[in-house]
Design a protein around this ligand. Structure first.
Ligand SMILES: O=c1ccn([C@@H]2O[C@H](COP(=O)(O)O)[C@@H](O)[C@H]2O)c(=O)[nH]1
Length: 293
């Protein structure tokens, strides 16, 4: 199997930097699909995968919105992951795990290793319990050609509460990324980029530029574009110039493409599909234009 970094880079190269979030928020699944029930979430998620096909190469399901429906929600997630794999999409699972090494191994079994019940290409990890908690994920990523996505500077307003506090003269998030350097090296693909991805919010373009200096080869996952207010230029602040283009990761959008204007009121599947595919295509075009061709 090719390295995760190569698969992600190729997908972004082919379709553009948009990563479509799959975030079935409470109360927002249209009646058309059966509403906010496990079955409705499953039908809606499968329709989202269909809508992404050919318009973006990467999706990011948010585990929380499936977990809230218990085992039926996780069954829906499993079926959506299967459809995404059949569609050839790269799947970034947003579950923000992180625990002592022996427990981290459980998350590896759940998401990353061969035969995992929730198979994905990469998993988001909260690094604040230390490097030993990240290591099992990196070891599995090396073995199975997967990626590890570490929260560095998140997109929410509270990211400043701890991540920006000074530790020995530099913000904590910078210290975290400095410490990750050997892991970044270990997950490098043939493309030269690393599958040890960093989350850096589009809401903090200055911080993203700083992170690019500290980790020139790490692919970035950039949330905060769209519903959280950041635009394409801010989202691409941490990307690198390569020829005429900015490259270096993917920009995720969830609510803006999951629930665009016209989708909630649509009374036919075709009506819903038009609203959603137009929103996905518009976000992709916006990012591609800002990245250059
Ligand atoms: O710093 C972070 C890390 C993850 N997220 C996740 O991304 C999506 C954002 O959804 P929008 O609807 O596009 O705002 C969501 O799943 C978050 O949990 C983030 O926002 N910021």
């Amino acid at each position: 199997m090719s390295a995760f970094a190569d698969r992600l880079f190729e997908a972004a190269d082919r379709f553009g930097p948009l990563c479509v979030g799959i975030d079935p928020h409470e109360g927002r699944i249209p009646a058309l699909f059966g509403g906010d029930t496990p079955e409705g979430v499953e039908r809606w998620g499968l329709a989202m995968v269909e809508a992404v096909k050919g318009r973006a190469g990467v999706i990011k399901p948010q585990s929380a919105f499936f977990e809230r429906h218990g085992w039926q929600g996780m069954r829906a997630l499993t079926r959506i992951l299967e459809a995404a794999r059949e569609a050839g999409l790269v799947v970034l699972m947003d579950a923000k795990r992180g625990d002592i090494g022996s427990t981290a191994q459980g998350y590896v079994s759940a998401f990353l290793e061969a035969g995992a019940p929730f198979p994905c290409d990469a998993l988001t990890i909260n690094p604040y319990m230390g490097l030993d908690t990240i290591e099992p994920h990196v070891a599995a990523a090396e073995q199975y050609g997967k990626g590890v996505i570490v929260l560095a500077r998140t997109s929410n307003p509270g990211s400043a509460d701890f991540q920006s506090k000074s530790l020995e003269g530099a913000p904590l998030f910078e210290r975290v990324v400095e410490a990750l350097a050997p892991m970044v090296e270990r997950l490098k693909g043939d493309c030269g980029w690393s599958g040890l991805m960093l989350v850096t919010g589009a809401t903090g373009p200055e911080e993203a530029r700083r992170l690019r200096e500290l980790a020139p080869d790490a692919l970035f996952l950039v949330p905060g574009y769209g519903a959280q207010g950041a635009g394409a230029a801010e989202a691409l602040a941490g990307f690198r110039q390569q020829g005429n283009r900015l490259v270096g990761g993917v920009v995720s959008a969830s609510r803006s493409v999951n629930f665009p204007a016209g989708s909630a009121e649509a009374d036919t599947l075709d009506g819903w599909r038009i609203a959603v595919t137009e929103a996905i295509a518009a976000a992709q075009a916006d990012l591609v234009a800002a990245a250059g061709t």
